[in-house]
Design a protein around this ligand. Sequence first.
Ligand SMILES: Nc1ncnc2c1ncn2[C@@H]1O[C@H](COP(=O)(O)OP(=O)(O)OP(=O)(O)O)[C@@H](O)[C@H]1O
Length: 280
Amino acid sequence: MTAPSTATSALPVAGFPPAAVTAAGEPAVSCRNVTVRFVTDRRTVTALENVSFSVEKGGFLSLLGPSGCGKSTLLRVVADLVSPTHGQVNVLGMTPQDARLKRSLGFVFQDAALLPWRTALQNVELPLEVGGAKKLPSGAPTPRELMKLVGLEGWEGSFPHELSGGMRQRVSIARALLGGPRILLMDEPFGALDEITRDRLNEELRRIWQETGTTIMFVTHSVYEALFLGEQVLVLAANPGRVTELVDVDLPRDRTLKIRETAPFVSIAAELRELLGRGV
Ligand SMILES: Nc1ncnc2c1ncn2[C@@H]1O[C@H](COP(=O)(O)OP(=O)(O)OP(=O)(O)O)[C@@H](O)[C@H]1O
């Protein structure tokens, strides 16, 4: 079963700032010398060491690196799920904890993690029931509007088992966008999907990003996904997790998958591959 296709456009969505009016240049997220050490009975792991970078408001940052280089840990630090051992983290001028309490952050995981007994729409509505905020902020898109945004208009009453993997992941993106978060953190959300579905969702995500103006941090192992999606790519190395380089992606803002066949794309992909190789 496939999701209905949606027209590509860059119209702003109610409740989100249009990309053009987000304050470009101001950081949405910045990390300075962030180190995270996990101490267990058996060993101490330095998941991140002296990691510094920033993402501007309305930006799209891909996090690319080998397994174990701390990509998920870095998203968790921003989401206030892990506290850094050292260093400073600033999220929209706040601590990660304040940003979380103000519901400025949405999180999408690799597994869509939908409740099987609730319909797609009821899954999108879930944060309203469990998060303490019974009402949406004024002007924020409704769950039905978000279903439309992710291309699932008409599927509101379907249960997760009636949806394809790609459709379930769309539902989890809609759920993460409930309340109009300023920042969307995505941890390999398309990693378990087949290539065609993944490609389609990559295009959809660029559209959603342009329409909502939401700042996105996106974790992936794939050079092509990181480059197609990101305005910047943060390349990380492992053991300990550290920054190899922050690469600016000089490609047009409006992208279709065809861009992957162009010379600039191929050239930046080769650069990223070389940087990745350095960190393994
Ligand atoms: N809660 C934890 N306790 C102990 N060690 C942890 C914990 N979370 C992560 N680690 C360790 O920190 C390192 C970085 O893990 P992380 O999951 O952030 O890497 P990753 O780049 O996201 O990996 P992958 O691409 O395989 O998902 C790993 O060595 C991992 O074992």
